[in-house]
Design a protein around this ligand. Structure first.
Ligand code: ADP
Ligand code: MG
Length: 603
């Protein structure tokens, strides 16, 4: 019992961290409602008892005397009608404050929903890369889309619970003052009932936690199915994933049914139990204490109202438990995100003047000793062009992610223009970077917006439109765009499904060129292109030489003949470096062998 009360206090505090002290205003409204109700019921007393006999009766207590004095003071003691009107007015006000409590509750809920979703999104945009890779997409969409709504329900249930609890305490106190033996029995009965339902609460809370987790699971399976839809249907494998989806749905449904049954059970047994308790107490009052029924009549009404409120308390307590799992999950996520926030430096950088230097860098994705990059030292001079080559899995993309500051090296330092990368404000460095990553990134939007990234309205702004076309030209995709009936306004569909692989890559390259980056990173950017398209883009990139720094991972080695420096990687180690000429001079170099293999497969 006390543990549960502690839980509840913790939950209120939890919501308070998101909503502030204003959450308590709801409870103030509830207190007003409870007091008005109690007062209204007490007003029945002057109606029931003969006013003249007041003070002579031994049953009278301080409270009833106070009530009679009050009625006398208002000058209503002779008028039954006036008292009836007074009671009506009191209950009208009670209704008004009850409405205030509900309306304010609604405002709090809106505030919470907005706060949670926006804060989650913002925290996600600041999480470090390793946290991102450690979770699946289902986790993130579930937390942003579904859990906040469940958390809202928890808040609603919790505030109603608090309001009803205040109601119970107020009404019980009045009943206790009116007839203390009777009130005492009532309090005991109420406690007993709440205790009876306690086990059920724990059960429901567990269900809530499991539902929250399972939701995340199901989301993930659905997202994966949709993302790989084409491949899965072409190979008739949707049914393999369906098993997982159905399994997850079955589990969720099971939890749902159990939760509803538990709720139905408490709903149905509540009233009979309350009535039995009251009958028992009346029996005790009359036959054991030999009391009269009339004097405790008002107390019975108070008590009955208190008991129904107590049952409401129980039911909303259960409701809180049912949804609180979501709020806990969100709160845990915020804590995790706080621990996994990208650590940022303080130095702005807006130019690359000298060079990027990797000093003895080792990096591992899972912080184990099994490094994916091993003791790598190299230079990338400003305004030069360098290429990384090596077989797949040798660590080329991983190095690029070190340079974009996504991967924090476990050992060694990354120096950019004499600044340690840890001291650099990440945003400022990344602002300068254009990055054609290995996975093509296309948004469900028009071609124009895909290139300009919504940086302005190209339909109205001619300057932006011509910049877009210039970038498209360099990426060798302008002809294709011009031939489309809607041109730049063509929508490319989710993840660019309406484009071919090569078109997607060229669109991606156009976007990065549009950005006018000072450092351009290309990770096998032309791997899906035919040779002539590749050559056209390569020419555009070569024309940037001397103006910006270009770092590329080459798919076809023939495309990097003219770069200033080539680094050859193998199993995460740097094994050779030099110009194309230097490296091919030595017939036995790894690079020469790679070229030999490629020319064999090309011919
Ligand atoms: P490359 O680009 O040269 O083909 P990568 O840099 O992508 O190779 O990968 C280098 C190594 O790091 C591989 O062994 C790969 O399995 C591993 N790796 C890549 N990405 C991750 C990741 N997100 N988590 C764990 N290991 C990874
Ligand atoms: Mg790669």
């Amino acid at each position: 019992m006390f543990k549960s009360l502690k839980d509840i206090l913790n939950y209120i505090k939890l919501f308070q961290t998101y909503l502030g002290k204003r959450i308590y205003l709801v409870f103030i409204f509830s207190l007003l409602v409870a007091l008005l109700e109690g007062f209204g019921i007490l007003m029945l007393l002057p109606l029931l008892e003969n006013l003249d006999s007041l003070g002579e009766s031994e049953e009278s207590n301080a409270l009833s005397i106070a009530i009679f004095n009050f009625v006398n003071y208002l000058g209503l003691s002779d008028s039954t009608l006036s008292i009836l009107i007074l009671i009506s007015v009191i209950f009208l006000f009670k209704g008004l404050f009850a409405f205030c409590a509900f309306a304010y509750n609604g405002m709090l809920m809106g505030r919470l929903l907005k706060g949670l979703k926006a804060q989650l999104f913002d925290s996600y945009s600041k999480m470090n890369f390793s946290y991102y890779t450690s979770k699946d997409s289902g986790h993130f969409t579930n937390l942003i889309n579904e859990q906040p709504i469940r958390a809202l329900n928890a808040l609603q249930q919790l505030t109603i619970f608090g309001g009803q609890l205040i109601n119970v305490i107020a009404l019980m106190s009045l009943a206790l003052i009116m007839a203390w033996e009777f009130g005492l029995m009532a309090v005991t009965a109420g406690m007993l009932m709440i205790y009876l339902f306690m086990a059920l609460n724990n059960y429901v809370r567990n269900l809530s936690r499991m539902t929250a987790n399972e939701n995340s699971n199901l989301n993930n399976w659905i997202i994966q199915t949709l993302q790989s839809y084409k491949y899965l249907s072409a190979t008739n494998q949707i049914k393999s994933l369906r098993k997982n989806v159905i399994h997850s749905i079955k589990k969720l449904t099971g939890f749902q049914v159990k939760t509803t049954i538990a709720a139905g059970f408490t709903q149905s047994v509540r009233e009979p139990i309350a009535v039995i308790f009251i009958m028992l107490i009346i029996y005790i009052q009359i036959y054991i204490f030999n009391g009269k029924i009339e004097p405790i009549f008002v107390a019975i009404i108070l008590f009955y109202r208190a008991l129904t409120a107590a049952l409401q308390v129980q039911s909303f307590f259960q409701g809180t438990y049912q949804y609180i799992g979501s709020m806990e999950l969100i709160n845990k996520e915020f804590k995790n995100l706080n621990l996994n926030r990208i650590e940022d430096g303080e130095n702005d950088i807006n130019e690359l003047k000298k060079m990027i230097t990797l000093q003895n860098i080792s990096f591992s994705y899972d912080s184990s000793d099994d490094y994916q990059l091993k003791d790598i030292s190299l230079n990338i001079p400003a305004l030069s062009s360098v290429a990384f080559v090596g077989e797949s899995g040798s660590g080329k993309s991983t190095i690029l992610d070190v340079i974009t500051l996504l991967n924090e090296p476990n050992l060694g330092n990354l120096i950019i223009d004499d600044l340690d990368s840890r001291s650099i404000k990440k945003e400022s460095w990344r602002q300068m970077i254009g990055y054609v990553s290995q996975e093509t990134i296309i948004f469900d939007a028009t071609i124009g917006d895909n290139i300009s990234m919504w940086s302005g309205d190209y339909k109205k702004n001619k300057e932006i439109e011509s910049k877009i076309k210039e970038a498209a030209e360099k990426a060798n995709i302008l002809d294709f765009i011009n031939n489309l009936p809607d041109g730049l306004d063509t929508n490319v569909g989710d993840r660019g499904v309406l484009l071919s692989g090569g078109q997607r890559q060229r669109l991606f390259i156009a976007r990065e060129l549009y950005k006018n980056p000072l450092v351009l990173i290309l990770d096998e950017a032309t791997s899906a292109l035919d040779t002539s398209s590749e050559r056209a883009i390569q020419q555009s990139i070569e024309s940037l030489k001397g103006y910006i720094t270009v770092i590329q991972v080459a798919h076809r080695l023939s495309t990097i003949k003219n770069v200033d420096l080539i680094y050859v990687l193998k199993n995460g180690k740097l094994i050779e470096k030099g110009t194309y000429k230097d490296l091919t001079k030595d017939q036995d170099s790894n690079f020469s062998k790679m070229i030999e293999l490629q020319s064999l497969s090309d011919s």
